[in-house]
Ligand binder design. Structure first.
Ligand code: SAH
Ligand code: SF4
Ligand code: F3S
Length: 487
């Protein structure tokens, strides 16, 4: 029997309210592996264990890392205790995210004591942010590799195997890993993520991402189409196109001069096959064009769901955040969605207690949540990040208790609105892509509708994951819809 490492869950700095736990980016730090690889593991080969934190792009990067490591004979395992290489792909977005990673490293210390040959590598945004501090502060760390340096891993690992401690945190203006076919880790075989761009040029004042991920660059569309087509041919039925700001995707064909923007790319991916659903994340309100919305309306297989983070409902705070839009602009984008895509669901990210935010300004955030009728939101309180514009320019002057109280109010309101949003679906029938068994019962399937709502329903003979089926909603909680297959 293989010993299982307990999957660590990464909770954010947010309090628990009414039993709802806020999980960072809704993601769990996950031991990534695929059962059949562990079984096909060749004796004598080397094994790596990888744990990922943060946003979907980081999870997607871990799949690129797995692909690079496969080339030098490393197979993934879920057993950190027996691996030759432990990697932790880290997130810097909030202080709490960094603390979680530091705590996880303590758990790896005992593994390293038992098996001194085990190498430990720090990847991702914390590697980029803290650079050689890792080697100074954490004795167990052998490798520090930033998000643009993963191609260098084989060389760095080779040197680390010889006992050297290695670091590469160079950021690139070109790297998109477009030629690397990611090894799908922890996959349900039905849904997959495709990174279409890297980095971010936006400089929101609270955000560390431009510093950890570098300049924005878009991947060539043909490699994206090839990846999506390949996934479809291998049974996948949904792809999510990933970028920090997908609306600023742009690519110019050096040979023909043809310009491809995000709306064009969406259309190209949607045309691969009507049975391949297309999603995307994240949209930035300043860049989301009507052309994107119109292309979404033209293709049934482009899901009617937009994650459009507002951050704050107050124009003064938005300006301090350097979001480059104000409240009326955001409202205009929501109105465009309502008009062009009347069935679409919109979700959001919200920050409570940004520098100098007043009670009235906090009320504006509550009122935009109500007005926009978000189907759900990821909600956080402000966490100052060293080196950001906000850290340099503004005092982090909203007391922690006030931040927490405001966040609680936001969570309470959003939970009520999510419940109302979901209850409005009772009696409606949706097309659902079956993703697998529901978490609670193997008698039930789960899958999402176009609006990204998870629906749980009793299985029916002949249906399997990857199939589409019509489901009528019978009941709803704030997080899930419950239904029956429509007869
Ligand atoms: N590129 C995306 C967001 C990526 S980070 C966008 O622009 O919408 C995900 C979310 O984390 C952000 O939307 C924001 O709500 C939150 N976040 C980022 N920095 C933060 C900080 N310093 N404190 C609290 N929340 C933060
Ligand atoms: Fe951060 Fe803003 Fe870029 Fe999003 S758009 S990653 S919040 S700087
Ligand atoms: Fe975190 Fe880096 Fe993503 S800071 S949210 S892992 S881009």
């Amino acid at each position: 029997m293989r010993r299982k490492l307990t999957t660590p869950i990464m909770y954010d700095n947010n309090p628990t309210l009414d039993g709802i736990k806020q999980i960072d980016e809704s993601r769990q730090g996950t031991a990534l592996y695929k059962e059949q690889w562990a079984d096909s593991f060749a004796p004598g080969g080397k094994q790596f264990y990888i744990e990922s934190y943060g946003c979907q792009m980081n999870f997607s990067d871990s799949e690129i890392v797995a692909s690079i490591l496969a080339e030098v004979g490393y197979t993934p395992t879920r057993n950190a205790e027996q691996s030759d290489l432990i990697l932790i792909n880290t997130c810097s977005i909030r202080e709490k995210a960094e603390e979680t990673v530091r705590k996880r490293l303590r758990a790896f210390e005992s593994i390293k004591q038992e098996r001194p040959g085990t190498m430990v590598g720090v990847l991702g945004c914390m590697a980029e942010r803290l650079k050689k501090k890792w080697l100074e502060e954490e004795k167990l760390v052998d490798l520090v590799v930033g998000p643009d340096a993963y191609r260098d891993l084989p060389k760095l690992i080779g040197a680390a195997e010889d006992g050297q401690r290695m670091i590469n945190v160079l950021l690139s203006r070109e790297e998109t890993y477009s030629d690397i076919n990611p090894v799908r880790l922890e996959s349900n075989g039905i849904t997959a993520f495709i990174s279409i761009m890297r980095g971010c040029d936006n400089m929101c004042s609270f955000c560390v991402v431009p510093f950890t991920r570098g300049r924005e660059r878009s991947r060539d569309p043909f490699s994206i189409l090839a990846e999506a087509t390949n996934l479809f041919e291998n049974g996948y039925r949904e792809v999510t196109l990933l970028g920090q700001n997908v609306d600023s995707y742009k690519w110019d064909n050096p040979e023909t001069g043809q310009h491809v923007d995000f709306a064009d790319l969406l259309e190209m991916v949607a045309q691969i096959n009507p049975l391949l659903r297309v999603r995307f994340s994240t949209s930035h309100p300043k860049d989301m064009t009507d052309k994107v919305l119109q292309n979404m309306a033209r293709y049934d297989n482009i899901c009617k769901y937009i994650h459009l983070p507002v951050q704050s409902g107050n124009s003064r705070v938005l300006e301090l955040m350097n979001r480059t839009y104000d409240r009326p602009w955001y409202e205009n984008r929501i109105e465009a969605i309502r008009q062009i895509l009347p069935d679409a669901a919109v979700s959001s990210d919200i920050i409570a207690g940004f520098c100098s935010e007043t009670e009235e300004e906090h009320q504006d955030t509550l009122s935009i949540i109500e007005w926009a009728n978000f189907s759900m939101s990821y909600m956080f309180y402000y966490s100052e990040r060293p080196g950001t514009l906000a850290a340099k320019r503004y005092a982090d002057d909203v007391p922690l208790e006030v931040k927490k109280r405001r966040l609680n109010e936001i969570i309470r309101l959003q939970t009520a609105i999510s419940l109302r949003h979901n209850q409005a679906d009772i009696g409606k029938t949706f097309e659902v892509l079956i993703e697998g068994d529901s978490r609670k019962s193997d008698q039930d399937f789960c899958g999402r509708n176009s609006q990204n709502k998870m629906i749980v329903f009793p299985k029916k003979e002949g249906l399997k994951p990857g199939d589409y089926t019509m489901v009528t909603v019978k009941d709803a909680t704030s997080a899930t819809l419950l239904g029956d297959i429509a007869s």
